[in-house]
Design a protein. Structure first.
Length: 253
């Protein structure tokens, strides 16, 4: 299931197939028993409407979870850009040699943070390794000088670097914060039950195309949720616009 939710298009195709088969199962079950009485059919329609309403509420709740996580990733990208830009300015509080070294490292670090947002999964390991290495060098660059000079002004440079390192950790945690697989399982289970009931409820004399409408609509909803919730493989992705803008402004003249 984790493979599917990381590939929105695969989620869409698999959902259509599974839900269409579920509807076909309902049709087979209907053929194996006598016709429903009018009162039974009315009661069954009420239950079907309630289950469809429940499915709609769960889809809406899950979509809210996905959009909230997407907004969080966007906000943290902005905060990360602000932290790096602030520390780039606070580097002037250090001695000239240390300040230049910190600025060079920050530019390299900024390039790696942009790659974090734009790289595919197979490149992520190298980006994370380079990022961790640069973080150690950045911390050493401000720590070595402040051990001998603990003035409040120097502490600003250390605090700014701490914000830079923390912002990366917050961003990584937000990208790991996905919709739980149990929520996906619950949605698929209720969607399957709904389509079985629809296949059972629709009379053979009714327009058969109606049984294809519900699977398509549900599959589109699942596609949108999976796309928003997938940070790297979806069409709707967080673009590092603030980091790119900052990188352009920090290019040495």
């Amino acid at each position: 299931m984790s493979f599917l939710v990381n590939h929105p298009v695969g989620t869409f195709l698999v959902t259509i197939v599974i839900l269409w088969l579920s509807s076909a199962v309902g049709v087979v079950l209907r053929k194996r028993r006598p016709e429903l009485a009018e009162a039974e059919r009315s009661d069954f329609g009420v239950i079907l409407a309630a289950v469809l309403t429940l499915l709609g509420l769960i889809i809406g709740f899950t979509f809210s979870m996905a959009s909230t996580r997407y907004d969080q990733r966007k906000n943290l990208e902005e905060e990360e850009a602000n932290a790096i830009g602030t520390e780039y300015l606070r580097a002037d509080l250090l001695p000239p040699d240390d300040a230049e070294r910190v600025r060079q490292l920050l530019r390299s670090y900024l390039d790696q943070r942009i790659l974090f947002y734009t790289s595919h999964s197979d490149q992520l390991q190298q980006v994370n390794a380079t990022t961790a290495k640069l973080q150690g060098q950045l911390w050493d660059a401000v720590k070595n000088h402040t051990t001998s000079d603990r003035s409040p002004i120097q502490a600003l440079a250390v605090a700014g670097m701490n914000d830079v390192l923390n912002s990366q950790g917050y961003t990584q945690a937000a990208w790991w914060n996905r919709i739980p697989l149990a929520a996906w399982g619950l949605m698929w289970t209720i969607a399957i039950c709904c389509n079985v009931m629809v296949g059972y409820y629709v009379l053979p004399t009714d327009h058969r195309g109606i049984r294809f409408v519900l699977p398509i609509i549900i599959a589109v909803a699942f596609l949108l949720i999976a796309d928003i919730d997938s940070p790297r493989r979806g069409i709707i992705r967080v673009r590092p616009l603030n980091l790119i803008s900052l990188a352009n402004s920090l290019q040495p003249h």
